[in-house]
Write a protein that binds this ligand. Sequence first.
Ligand code: NDP
Length: 434
Amino acid sequence: MAETKTVHSPLVTYFSMLSLLTLCPPFVILLWYTMVHADGSICQTWDYLKQHGLQGFINIWPRPTAIAWKIIACYAVFEAALQLLLPGKKVEGPISPEGNRPVYKANGVAAYVVTLVTYLTLWWFGIFNPSIVYDHLGEIFSALIFGSLVFCVFLYIKGHLAPSSNDSGSSGNMIIDFYWGMELYPRIGKNFDIKVFTNCRFGMMSWAVLALTYCIKQYEQNGKVADSMLVNTILMLVYVTKFFWWEAGYWNTMDIAHDRAGFYICWGCLVWVPSVYTSPGMYLVNHPVNLGLQLALYILAAGILSIYVNYDCDRQRQEFRRTNGKCFVWGKAPSKIVASYTTTSGETKTSLLLTSGWWGLSRHFHYVPEILAAFFWTVPALFNHFLPYFYVIFLTILLFDRAKRDDDRCRSKYGKYWKLYCEKVRYRIVPGIY
Ligand code: NDP
């Protein structure tokens, strides 16, 4: 079994884990409460907490109810069934540190379409009203917080007792194992990939489902949908559609190829994505800003352009790797570095590093349009409150940390070749600045 290399030092892990466990669940609840019951105003929530103290906070924390568990269970079982049953091409993932090549079934687009069509059909024919989800959102988030914790304990135990491959291992420290995970590709049986489920089919799918939910809730509440809500929903849906269109590419990214299935990533996908990532839409339900056609179209166009550039960066890198550098990048033969490295089993392999196109501007340029897109689906909320912008700020911090983590990992993987890459492409994220 592979020994786990820790992502950060133990001290950072303890600090990060302690803050995640103690701060994030209350934050999710306070975010929901502020958006839904306190007019999106941090000051209002703050005044409430000042007046009522800890007991006041306990009073607003919704208990997970039977209906919340039912909604989550139906959604999870439906998504798991689609993942297992819908047809899809077999796709090979990248070679793992132990030299394995996991195989996936690429049926993300089909699952996405079936999910949204089913949800809209249930609403249209009066079988299930998405407003119910919005009305029980606090209870659902509360159930997700506890349910996901239990799920992460299951992952930890599975990693110890029944790992799915030799890309699994312990760091010798129980807390680090639980937090950063033990298995790279945990599976139930041969075909049900747990990370595809948590990250894509539960987490990312919930983003699209909740975006639609917020839009429908505003319609049911006001009899119409404001243009700000429409811009927000369309941009989020374009983003998630892009994600599923490119899902097989996602299986080559850090989340799947390098980060193990632990609390950090799984809890994030199961709780943080549905609550925090969708929060600008949650805010807009009760704040129907009217932007006017022209402004709405400008924001929409800027958002779509950002999502396109982000997609094109990922596409360019993957096309370059897929064709072994035999492709055109911005109409020219790509410039590259041939980097060799040694796997944990001692084999020497080579990878190509692209140094032109988007990847010649900075080493993680793709994060710039990612952050801009989030800004453009938030800005329809205008600037009356700070809270809708929390996701953009969080994303910026997350991606700056991720760029550093990725650079550190690549430096230790490629050594002198990575140094050469850094000399050629000097900036980490923002060309000319950082
Ligand atoms: P990627 O995994 O796509 O890219 C980083 C990896 O690519 C590196 O680990 C390295 O892997 C390889 N690589 C690095 N430089 C080069 C190069 N010059 N040429 C070829 N390969 C290179 O990054 P992310 O997973 O961070 O991002 C993927 C997408 O997900 C992006 O669109 C990003 O914006 C999005 N994202 C969104 C988040 C959100 O919360 N909204 C969070 C994180 C990402 P190797 O070992 O193979 O060399």
